[in-house]
Design a protein around this ligand. Structure first.
Ligand code: AAT
Length: 289
């Protein structure tokens, strides 16, 4: 590895003719579980990162963008949220951000693959360091759709779907049945945030439009917001915001959120409102669903 003539690369095909590579300084761990292949690597610029079935999940350098935007947008829309369900998110980044709010009472984290959590605890303390000593956080190792099916009505104020893309084990989390179950287990003020993929490459666009259509059939308020993350295909990604009562811009509680005094690297009150202003080509993609 010290040989200047040799580079060891991690490469993800962003589409059939576009590749993204990071030079690996050290491959740390590889494991195949019943659900997926898990790899951890070290790199210079992005620090430590991990992939599932070869797809980028988390890097030390840019995970803050994703985890800030999935967690703080709903919390600043309804600062009274107390009971949170996270589906996926075994790396811990999303629960780390949610647990920064002292008034949160409980966080259920439902991750299909226990090995993701255990390996992140070992290799990625930046996102998983709090898991072992956060008494409000409860781990459940099962499929997210199965888990919500068995929960009573109105169990949560917020559901964050922090899952893989709609292929393989994440597939069930992009179905109308799943969104209906989420609606049922949410309180009357409930909010659901989910992956809306990227508006750039055609595979993601197709999935994003399908998911958006299904959510619109289930929730009365459905919005989409964007953020930048360097290591996901195209760097331009979207989250869906679905809600029973609150609109994220009309009901934005900037002053109450700022009073929490949280220091964030990506999210702020201007980003909150700006993120819902979408480029015309994205509006047109969503309008056609
Ligand atoms: N915080 C950003 C990291 C992720 S990882 C997504 C997690 O979802 C993985 O740990 C995976 O094991 C888990 N998962 C997949 N399917 C299910 C399921 N059906 N039920 C519960 N957990 C599941 C998100 C990366 C997003 C990548 C976007 N390109």
């Amino acid at each position: 590895m010290e040989n200047p003539l040799v580079d060891i690369l991690y490469t993800q095909n962003w589409d059939s003719s576009t590749k993204f590579s990071i030079k690996v300084t050290k491959p740390l761990h590889t494991e195949v579980t019943p659900y997926q292949r898990i790899d951890f690597f070290d790199s210079e610029t992005y620090g430590r990162f991990f992939t599932l079935d070869g797809l980028m999940m988390v890097t030390q350098k840019d995970e803050f963008a994703y985890h800030d935007m999935i967690a703080h947008v709903p919390m600043a829309t309804n600062p009274d949220i107390k009971r949170v369900l996270i589906i996926g998110g075994g790396d811990g980044g999303t629960s780390r951000e949610i647990c920064r709010y002292k008034h949160i009472e409980s966080v259920d984290l439902v991750e299909i693959d226990e090995r993701v959590v255990r390996l992140c605890q070992q290799y990625l303390p930046q996102t998983a360091g709090h898991i072992a000593n956060e008494p409000r956080l409860h781990l459940h190792f099962e499929d997210g759709l199965n888990y919500v099916k068995n929960k009573p009505d109105a169990s949560y104020d917020l559901i964050l779907v922090d899952s893989t893309d709609p292929i393989g084990s994440g597939e069930g989390l992009f179905t109308t049945e799943f969104y209906r179950q989420c609606f049922r287990v949410l309180s009357d003020e409930g909010i659901l945030i989910n992956q809306h993929e990227s508006p750039y490459y055609s595979f993601h666009v197709k999935e994003m439009r399908k998911a958006h259509r299904k959510i619109k059939d289930v929730f009365p308020i459905v919005r989409v917001y964007q953020y930048n993350i360097a290591t996901y295909p195209s760097g331009h990604w979207l989250f869906g915001f679905a809600s029973k009562k609150y609109d994220p811009v009309r009901d934005h509680q900037a002053e109450r959120w700022e009073a929490f005094g949280l220091k964030t690297m990506y999210y702020n009150s201007q980003i909150h409102e700006g993120a819902f202003a979408l480029p015309t080509f994205v509006n047109e993609m969503l309008a056609g669903t």
